[in-house]
Design a protein around this ligand. Structure first.
Ligand SMILES: [Zn+2]
Length: 493
């Protein structure tokens, strides 16, 4: 039995064709720049003088000077400790965009990207001229790199007054806050980019994916209303996310838009500038955030192009809300079902550990800490160990003293771990001196902190059937039978 004849079938095909055709025509075209182009541009214009995230105000000054031919420089004022804060203007267009970075002194990723962008903008005679011309003719851009130079000097969040500048938008107790507020008022930008870093423990909620970039179009009131100003910020963010999903799929989170009445982003949105928050998180294998620096360059350049061409108008606030939320569910290490003993009974607990960074002269070490324990299924570890049947076991201090750090090598330290020693003593070393050994080094104390409870230092062994299988040293997991290569960021105690 024939259901349709040949003519009907042809009509059906025609109908299908039209349907597909219409669908394609209705889909918004991407207005993003090609990812490969953005990547190439970054490689070409990377500022080679900045190679890590702990650069200081003094490192930036010659780089700012370098651009004085092509940018208009304006000193806006000074920080509490007297460091200059400079605005750099570029472009001759109508639409005004202001970007400020490093309001928190230890959040430097975007600052690096801005200096790459300055190199890009000032280039000429290559395949990027068309983009540059579009930006130059449509936009007037005001860049303020490193709003908190005193915080950057100490590589800490707050300024020299120990005030969080992002809670000083209204009171303006800090000169840096006055500078930023005046910079906005003088310029009255249409768009604003508030550039930060977030902790590496942020993830895309309920997934093990690290939130390498998080975004927010801050709310301007407690009701979380959306007006035209805020909507434009949302639309621009959708375009940025489109780029990011091609490079770091699933690794973009959206911040909660609860209103913070003291924050700059929220207030600048309120004052009529479409404000976009970019938070650079972590990326495995990128401790100095050089890959994330590239991502910043790519999304900022693309966003500027979207603003210049009004490409962002293709996107909707609905698409913005489809970006998944940020979570704070990452741990450096999760040990699952370790047997711990209380009152002679064994209990299997998951132990969740973070190794937080602490500053040392121009570098850092980590401080391992037990963050939580029990049922840790809502967390994700960068490293996880199924430790069912393993017992928590205490470590010992090796009795003989070593001369100094150089007299202990990696192999020797590993041998001592296998024998149940978690720490060695040295005669000559400075307290807090940095080292990369897989064992604790003591100079000013005879023993080391340990335990398995919240806040304890994660220095212990795992033992199975009377044999030591793993050492946990300052939160680093070391498989004693099969140690992997890893970098230990340690200090002398
Ligand atoms: Zn911040």
């Amino acid at each position: 039995m024939k259901l349709i004849n040949r003519n009907q079938f042809s009509l059906f095909l025609l109908f299908l064709f039209l349907l597909v055709g219409c669908k394609t025509a209705n889909e918004p075209e991407s207005s993003s720049l090609p990812v490969s182009m953005l990547e190439n541009a970054h490689q070409q214009f990377l500022e080679p003088a900045i190679t890590h995230r702990r650069f200081k105000h003094a490192d930036l000054q010659p780089l700012i000077e370098k651009h004085q031919q092509n940018f208009e420089l304006k000193e806006l004022g000074h920080s509490i400790e007297g460091r200059s804060i400079t605005a750099m203007y570029w472009g001759e267009g109508e639409t005004k965009v202001m970007l400020w970075s490093q309001m928190h002194g230890n959040e430097s990723t975007a600052t690096m990207a801005l200096f790459d962008l300055f190199n890009f903008l000032e280039g000429r005679g290559d395949e990027y001229d068309e983009i540059r011309n579009t930006l130059k003719n449509q936009l007037r851009i005001k860049f303020i790199p490193m709003i908190n130079p005193d915080g950057a000097e100490a590589f800490k969040r707050r300024n020299a007054l120990d005030i969080d500048l992002n809670r000083d938008a209204i009171s303006q107790i800090s000169p840096e806050a006055v500078i930023l507020k005046d910079a906005r008022d003088e310029f009255e930008p249409d768009f604003g980019f508030n550039l930060h870093d977030q902790q590496i423990y942020y993830n895309v909620v309920n997934t093990p994916k690290q939130a390498t970039i998080s975004v927010l179009a801050p709310g301007y009131n407690y009701e979380r209303d959306i007006n035209d100003v805020r909507e434009r910020a949302m639309q621009t963010i959708v375009g940025m996310n489109e780029i990011l999903q091609q490079v770091i799929p699933g690794q973009v989170g959206k911040y909660d838009d609860g209103f913070e009445p003291r924050a700059f982003g929220d207030n600048i949105q309120k004052w009529g500038t479409s404000t976009i928050l970019i938070e650079s998180g972590g990326y495995v294998g990128d401790p100095e955030k050089q890959f994330i620096r590239k991502l910043n360059f790519m999304i900022i350049l693309d966003a500027l192009n979207q603003i210049a061409t009004k490409g962002y108008e293709k996107y909707t606030s609905q698409q913005y809300f489809e970006i998944p939320d940020n979570g704070f569910q990452l741990m450096d290490l999760i040990l699952k079902e370790v047997e711990v003993e209380v009152e002679g009974n064994q209990y299997p607990v998951d132990i969740a550990i973070r190794r937080r960074e602490a500053n040392a002269e121009d570098s850092y070490f980590v401080n391992g800490s037990i963050e939580d324990l029990g049922d840790m299924q809502v967390y994700f570890g960068f490293d996880e160990l199924e430790a069912t049947g393993h017992r928590w076991a205490e470590g010992k201090v090796f009795e003989e003293e070593f001369e100094n750090l150089a007299s202990i090598d990696q192999g020797e330290a590993m041998e001592l771990l296998k024998q149940g020693y978690l720490a060695v003593k040295v005669k000559n070393a400075e307290k807090n001196e940095l080292h990369n050994l897989p064992i604790l080094v003591l100079k000013t104390r005879e023993d080391f902190p340990s335990g398995w409870m919240i806040g304890n230092a994660p220095n212990f062994f795992l033992e199975k059937e009377g044999e030591l299988t793993h050492a946990i040293v300052n939160g680093y997991l070391i498989d004693l039978k099969n140690p992997k290569d890893q970098e230990f960021k340690q200090r002398v105690y």
